[in-house]
Design a protein around this ligand. Structure first.
Ligand code: ADP
Ligand code: MG
Length: 298
């Protein structure tokens, strides 16, 4: 059973880690066993947001084989039901080797917990895409501004292409791989959308084109628009939802919003998670709503 929720968003500073940490607490408060995993190898801060200081082992120990199981890297927090796995302190190994990543993914899928929630790095690196693609639920965090929305669109586009690349490689379909490569630059090629790609692929290999379409249909990102300041900002979610549908044939079944809130900075200054520091603040109320909606989706 896959219980992984990946919190992704191509831009740094949009609120991924803050949302990941507090969402983890919200799920724990709903009575679920939760493990929050810091996979932002470049700038790990999940433990700081959760206010956890004591660690025995971490992911670096796992990668360097000082521990054999990922479970050994989990640490308790002072929140009931919530454990954390943190990235280590060794700088300069933000780029993990492919084999290590495959091993980590295998162990993540085998962790025993109701929910595993991943805090991912910004960008569209293969690592980030691969951790996003293994998740049962992919949460895309964006702010309402256009550049952030464009980044979010590019992120899903990259994820779609990576998923199809693996799919066609596995099926050894060289003609579809070639077509995929040509389609990468929508702008410079007559194919303007994924729909155009699938129609063209249909002519080359109908059966494979259909199963590729089905593979992509599994990618159903949930969108979180963070730092909402005005009613108008809420439209951003609909804009990105529509872009994903029209250009990438991707359905995003849920758009959620989280308000801009000074409690976030205040809690950080007190080294406490917002949900505990200000449980009735707009941010906390919105996070709890997000947790309930995700839970309802199953
Ligand atoms: N809803 C919000 N209201 C106010 N500040 C926020 C909100 N969400 C995030 N922040 C602030 O934005 C900054 C970046 O958040 P962070 O979670 O570290 O982003 P990311 O992990 O995407 O890089 C932090 O200073 C955080 O406190
Ligand atoms: Mg972060």
């Amino acid at each position: 059973m896959n219980n992984i929720i990946a919190v992704a968003g191509p831009k740094g500073g949009v609120g991924k880690s803050t949302i990941c940490a507090n969402l983890a607490i919200a799920f724990a408060e709903l009575g679920k066993k939760v493990i929050a995993v810091d996979l932002d190898f470049g700038a790990s801060n999940l433990h700081a947001i959760l206010g956890v200081a004591e660690f025995t082992y971490n992911l670096t120990d796992f990668f360097q084989n000082r521990i054999t199981k990922l479970t050994h890297a989990t640490s308790d927090t002072n929140i009931k039901n919530l454990k954390i796995i943190r990235w280590g302190d060794i700088p300069g190994i933000a780029n993990i080797m492919y084999q290590k990543k495959v091993k980590l993914i295998r162990h993540l899928l085998a962790l025993d917990s109701d929910i595993i929630i991943l805090d991912l790095a910004p960008g569209v690196s293969y690592n980030v895409l691969d951790f996003s693609l293994i998740a049962k639920s992919l949460l895309l965090v964006t702010t309402p501004e256009l550049p952030s929305l464009m980044n979010t669109y590019s992120f899903i586009k990259a994820a779609v292409f990576r998923k199809l690349l693996f799919f066609f490689k596995r099926s050894k379909s060289f003609e579809l791989l070639e077509l995929l490569e040509k389609t990468k630059n929508f702008e410079k090629y007559p194919l303007k959308t994924m729909e155009d790609f699938f129609s063209e692929a249909q002519k080359l290999n109908p059966a494979l084109s259909d199963s590729a379409r089905a593979t992509i249909a599994n990618l159903r990102p949930l969108i979180i628009v963070n730092r909402i300041r005005a009613e108008n900002d809420k439209r951003a979610g609909k804009v990105i939802q529509r872009m994903l549908k029209v250009y990438l044939s991707i359905e995003s079944p849920l758009v959620m919003t989280i308000r801009e809130d000074v409690s976030v900075a205040n809690a950080l200054a007190k080294m406490k998670p917002v949900l505990l520091y200000a449980p009735d603040s707009p941010f906390s109320l919105d996070i709890k709503k997000v947790a309930l909606e995700i839970d309802r989706m199953g």
